[in-house]
Design a protein around this ligand. Structure first.
Ligand code: ASP
Length: 323
């Protein structure tokens, strides 16, 4: 294999605003996501013309509508390309709304030893000043970095680890934050400055094949619902969930986004205890934008080990899949 082949990249398209189309160039919100082919997005970035690339359209969706079948297809394509010795890394174009969930899922399941870089945009491809081409270009710089590994999200010149990244703003072009952990690094004129270790990777091989088999074998993820504790929370929503018999998947878990340090309204807690007694796993995360539940003796519910509510929901579903 020559050096050129070893630097081959794969770009997988899944849709999102980066592939969005609006009727007017000055409309950054009234667009339809997932319209422009990933091959066209790649063609908008001149620097990619000289980079050996394979480009595939895995899906073409608004990521708010993410479903398990797309995750199955994406994880399978990522794994297949990771196994190719000539592939240095993978870039995935994705919507910003659930990019943190897809990144978390791919990192938790695959733990890839090569970089898997998700990128996105807050403005559609048709915008007066689209942010997608620069983000895609930065993502390529990350995927080609010789030390890069694991799943990261690249947006607005910042590299975020899959475990910590969260979308924190609905409009600005730098909408992600990695909370107390801080971003992993940044991309400046295609050069990386790396501040923290790359995400954990499998000790050998390209990815965790056993975990991928488990995911692929699941027709559905174990059903885990996400609810909030808030003023006047009375537990009625939990009792409704417990009483629901027509659901396609039986209820296996509940994540409650608690107030502050994972505290839960007494009336909601009583209903959650009832859920636990009927065999439903209950985990508490914090609804605060930053920080984590600080564990303490006598806490009434197990906590999410620092994961945000949406990630705790996925983590519990994946854990139940293994059980
Ligand atoms: N709704 C879009 C999506 O997640 C938002 C975006 O990409 O910014 O696909």
């Amino acid at each position: 294999m020559n050096a050129n082949q070893a630097r081959r990249l794969v770009v997988l398209g899944t849709g999102g605003t980066i592939a969005g189309r609006a009727n007017r160039a000055n409309d950054n919100v009234g667009y339809v996501a997932g319209q422009v082919a990933v091959s066209e997005l790649v063609a908008m970035v001149p620097a990619l013309a000289t980079c050996p690339l394979d480009v595939e359209q895995v899906a073409q969706i608004n990521s708010k509508d993410m479903v398990l079948s797309v995750w199955h297809a994406l994880a399978a394509r990522v794994a297949e390309h990771l196994d190719r010795p000539e592939v240095a890394g993978i870039v995935i174009t994705h919507g910003t709304d659930t990019i943190e969930e897809t990144a978390f899922l791919l990192q938790t399941v695959l733990k890839p030893s090569k970089p898997v870089v998700l990128t996105c945009a807050m403005r559609p491809a048709t915008a007066l000043v689209p942010d997608g081409p620069q983000n895609l270009s930065d993502a390529v710089a990350v995927a080609l970095h010789p030390e890069a590994r694991g799943v990261v999200v690249v947006c607005a010149g910042r590299i975020h680890g899959a475990i910590d990244v969260a979308k924190v703003h609905p409009y600005r072009t730098d909408p992600f934050d990695s909370g107390d952990a801080g971003e992993l690094g940044c991309v400046e004129e295609a050069q990386l400055r790396v501040f923290r270790p790359w995400p954990q990777a499998v000790p050998e091989g390209a990815f965790d094949a056993a975990a991928l088999r488990r995911l692929k074998g699941a027709a559905a993820l174990p059903r885990v619902e996400l609810i909030f504790s808030h003023a006047n929370a009375d537990g009625e929503v939990v009792r409704a969930l417990l009483g629901q018999t027509a659901a396609a998947e039986p209820l296996r878990g509940i994540v409650v986004a608690g107030t502050g340090n994972g505290t839960v309204h007494d009336d909601l807690l009583a209903a959650l205890k009832q859920a636990q007694a009927s065999g439903v796993e209950v985990v508490v995360a914090s609804r605060c934008a930053h920080g984590r539940v600080v564990p303490h003796p006598g806490q009434p519910l197990p906590d999410s080990a620092g994961l945000s509510p949406v990630k705790a929901r996925l983590a519990l579903a994946l854990q139940l899949l293994e059980a």
